[in-house]
Write a protein that binds this ligand. Structure first.
Ligand code: G3I
Length: 453
C-alpha cells in the first residue's frame, strides 16, 4: 500500500513540478521545451508620433523581438522595428508618422531559438496638430492699438476668431457714416452702427468712429437740402450732437471730417458743407463733437497724405491754426492706401514726422498694400508676396518708431484679400491684406510682426 501511495505521491510531485515549470514562479508563460511568444498588451500613451508597448514575461527568454508594420500582413515593416530586439517588457515605439495605423507583433528569443509570433495589437497615431496659432498682432504691438476695418456682416465665424485674437481696435468700413446713420431727414438708423459698437464693447475692442462728415457718404437729402444755410447748419449740429452723444464714452475717437482737401492743391473741397456752412465748417464740426463728448479723440483723416505735399500742408496748417485757437483736434489720420513698391520709406517717415513734431496723434488709419498696382498679375506670386511682406514690415517699423506721445493706432483696411474695396474701386484683382481667403495668415502678416521686433 505504502509503495503504491508513495508512487502516487511521486507522480503528483512530478505533475506539480511540470505545472510550475509551465508557469514560472513569476506567473510568466512557458511550456517545458516549447518557447512561447509574449502576450502583447493593447498599446498605451498613443501620441502623434509614438506609443507605448508592454507585454508579458516569458521565462527563459533572452530577448524579445518587436515588429511594427503599416499593414496587417506585416509585409511593410517600419524601420528600425524590422525587428527591434530588446530585453525588457516595456518599450516606447517612436519616430512614427502622424495619423497612421500601425500593426505590432512580437517573438521571444531564447539564445538561437525563436518562438512563434504573438498576438497582433494595433495603434493609430494622432493626426498632426494644426498650425501653431500665429502670434497675435495685438500681443506684440504693446504701445499702440492694432485696428481692423469691419462690417456687420463680418463679425462672426472666422472673422470673429481673427478679430478677437489679433486686434484691439475696429473701424466701421462704411456703417458709421452719415448715409447709413442718417438716411432720411429727421430719421436716424443706428441699427448697423449700434451692432458694431456693441460688438466692440462685448469683445473688449476699442471703436474708432468713421466718419461723421464725408462728401462721399453724404445722404442725398443732405446734398439736396432745401432749407436755409442756417437751418442746414443747425441740422448738421444736431446730427453730430446726436451721434456723438449716443456713443459718448463708448467710441474712443472719431474721424469727424474725412477728406476735406482737394488732391494736389490743398484747397478745401467745395462740398455742400462748405457751401452752406462756410469755410469754417470743419472747426464747427470739431467743436460740436467736443461739446458732446469731452473725452473723445478728434481726428482729421485723408488719403495720399505722404505723397500729396499740398494736401498734407493744408491739413497741418489747419491743425496748427486749430491748436493756436483752442479748436479741438487731437490727431491726423493717414489712410495709407499704398502699394508694395511705394511710397518709399523716407517719404512716409518724412510725412509722419511732420505730424509727430506737432505733438499730434498719428493714425495710420486704412492701411492696405496693393500687390498688383499695375494690373499685370492674375495671382499673387511668391516674389510679390515677399515684396509685400517687406512693405508691411517697413510701414509697421515706421509707425512703431514714432514718439510714444503720438502713437494711437495702426488700422488695416480689411481682413481677407477677397474683401478688399480695391477690387471694386480699381476694377481688377489684388491681394492687399494680411489674410488669405481661408483666413490663414499671409507673408504680409509676418511682415507686420517683423516690423514690431
Ligand atoms: O453689402 C452692402 C449691401 O448689403 C447693402 O444692401 C448696400 C446698401 O447700400 O451696401 C452694401 O455695402 C457696400 C459696402 O461698401 C460693401 O463693402 C456699401 O454700399 C458701400 O458704400 C461700401 O463702400 C465703402 C466706401 O468707403 C463708401 O462708404 C467701402 O466698403 C469702404 O472700403 C470705403 O472706405 C473708404 C473710407 O471710408 C475712406 N477712405 C477711402 C476708403 C475707400 O474708398
Amino acid at each position: 500500500m505504502i509503495r503504491s501511495a508513495w508512487k502516487q505521491g511521486w507522480v503528483l510531485v512530478c505533475a506539480v513540478v511540470l505545472m510550475v515549470s509551465a508557469c514560472g514562479e513569476d506567473g510568466s508563460k512557458e511550456e517545458a521545451g516549447e518557447l512561447l511568444p509574449p502576450t502583447v498588451d493593447t498599446p498605451t500613451d498613443v501620441a502623434g508620433d509614438q506609443f507605448v508597448l508592454t507585454w508579458s514575461k516569458v521565462t527563459g527568454a533572452t530577448k524579445f523581438q518587436i515588429e511594427v508594420a503599416i499593414d496587417e500582413d506585416f509585409s511593410q515593416l517600419v524601420e528600425p522595428y524590422d525587428p527591434w530586439r530588446l530585453n525588457a517588457t516595456r518599450f516606447t515605439v517612436t519616430e512614427l508618422d502622424y495619423g497612421t495605423t500601425y500593426y505590432v507583433r512580437m517573438r521571444t528569443e531564447r539564445d538561437d531559438e525563436l518562438s512563434a509570433y504573438s498576438n497582433v495589437v494595433v495603434a493609430t497615431t494622432l493626426d498632426e496638430p494644426g498650425p501653431e496659432p500665429t502670434t497675435a498682432l495685438k500681443e506684440v504691438a504693446t504701445t499702440f492699438a492694432v485696428g481692423m476695418a469691419v462690417q456687420t456682416s463680418r463679425l462672426t465665424g472666422e472673422h470673429h476668431e481673427v478679430l478677437t485674437r489679433e486686434f484691439d481696435q475696429i473701424t466701421a468700413e462704411w456703417e458709421m457714416k452719415m448715409s447709413v446713420m442718417y438716411p432720411t431727414e429727421g430719421v436716424y438708423d443706428f441699427t448697423r452702427s449700434d451692432q458694431i459698437v456693441e460688438y466692440g464693447e462685448a469683445n473688449d475692442i476699442a471703436i474708432h468712429g468713421h466718419a461723421l462728415i464725408w462728401h462721399s457718404s453724404t445722404p442725398t437729402w443732405v446734398e439736396d437740402f432745401a432749407g436755409t444755410n442756417e437751418e442746414f447748419e443747425a441740422m448738421v449740429k444736431e446730427y453730430i450732437t446726436t451721434v456723438v452723444t449716443r456713443y459718448k464714452g463708448r467710441v474712443r475717437s472719431w474721424d469727424v471730417v474725412n477728406e476735406a482737401f482737394q488732391d494736389g492743391s490743398g484747397q478745401l473741397r467745395n462740398t455742400v458743407f462748405r457751401q452752406k456752412m462756410g469755410d469754417d465748417y470743419i472747426e464747427k464740426c470739431y467743436q460740436w463733437t467736443r461739446d458732446a463728448d469731452p473725452d473723445v479723440l478728434i481726428f482729421y483723416n485723408d488719403y495720399n497724405m505722404t505723397t500729396d505735399a499740398a494736401k498734407l500742408k493744408a491739413s497741418l496748417d489747419m491743425a496748427d491754426d486749430f491748436v493756436a485757437r483752442d479748436v479741438p483736434i487731437d490727431g491726423i489720420g493717414f489712410q495709407m492706401h499704398i502699394a508694395y513698391n511705394g511710397p518709399d520709406r523716407a517719404t512716409i517717415e518724412g510725412a509722419a514726422k511732420k505730424v509727430t513734431d506737432r505733438d499730434l496723434l498719428l493714425h495710420f488709419s486704412e492701411l492696405d498694400i496693393r500687390a498688383n498696382p499695375n494690373d499685370n498679375m492674375s495671382s499673387l506670386t511668391e516674389q510679390r508676396a515677399i515684396d509685400q511682406q517687406a512693405k508691411y514690415k517697413e510701414v509697421v517699423e515706421i509707425y512703431n518708431a514714432i514718439p510714444e506721445t503720438s502713437k494711437f493706432a495702426l488700422t488695416v483696411w480689411g481682413m481677407i484679400d477677397s474683401e478688399t474695396w480695391l477690387t471694386d474701386f480699381h476694377g481688377y484683382v489684388d491681394w492687399p491684406l494680411m489674410y488669405n481667403d481661408d483666413f490663414s495668415v499671409k507673408k504680409a502678416h509676418t511682415g507686420f510682426l517683423q516690423g514690431l521686433e
